[in-house]
Design a binder for this molecule. Structure first.
Ligand code: FMN
Length: 191
């Protein structure tokens, strides 16, 4: 049984409410909800305020199928039920020292978007299982100046029964390591 209790009573419930489902209903995500999520991403901090993130997405337009096609097969099956499908990229043409954190900054933007989605009652599932060539084709992004990081889907949670049996048992929030495995007071990293 997964223990989903926050160890601190001060931790906001949004962090535990967020998890990555694979079952999505066909209920659309509204333009206002999408605006709110991308606006949340917009305010993410980044090194020298470089804002290297790029989100390419579609709902029911012509961009949807190429994006879905770029998802690896093990993701495409369940992901195709979600009303919003997308790819997250980072700009690579940054001065050396900022290039070092472009993925860090872009991941933070993805998390801002995800937490805003959670607060709107929506779910986001990020997926690294993406075919990079197909993702470049889908987005038309320049290989010289961008990198494809992940795919993502956004939507309302759906009926678990619609998932293939093998995925039904995985359809639940997961546990985490305790903080003492990754937090080191005093600054010396041990273990
Ligand atoms: C960078 C990244 C890549 C991921 N790739 C996949 C993927 O290809 N397929 C998938 O089903 N889930 C993928 N996930 C979801 C993780 O498996 C999930 O976040 C993790 O198991 C923790 O579960 P939770 O998000 O439900 O808390 C990915 C998550 C991240 C952050």
């Amino acid at each position: 049984m997964t223990d989903r209790t926050a160890r601190s009573p001060l931790t906001n419930s949004v962090f535990l409410d967020r998890w990555s489902p694979r079952s999505f209903s066909g209920t659309p995500v509204s333009a206002e909800q999408l605006d709110a999520m991308f606006e949340a991403a917009r305010w993410t901090p980044s090194w020298m305020n470089n804002q290297p993130w790029i989100f390419a997405y579609d709902t029911d337009g012509p961009g949807r199928e190429p994006i879905l096609e770029s998802f690896m097969e093990f993701n495409r099956g369940w992901a195709s039920a979600a009303p919003v499908v997308g790819l997250v990229l980072a700009k690579t043409e940054l001065a050396d020292f900022m290039a070092r954190t472009r993925d860090f900054d872009t991941g933070a933007a993805m998390m801002s978007l995800t937490l805003q989605a959670t607060m709107l009652g929506l779910s986001v599932h990020v997926l690294g299982g993406v075919d990079l060539d197909a993702a470049y084709d889908a987005t038309g992004a320049d290989r010289e100046t961008t990198e494809i990081l992940c795919g993502f889907v956004i939507g309302h949670r759906g009926d678990i029964a619609d998932l293939p049996e093998g995925l039904q048992e995985k359809e639940q929030p997961s546990d985490r390591k305790p903080t003492d495995e990754f937090v080191f007071k005093g600054g010396r990293v041990t273990g």
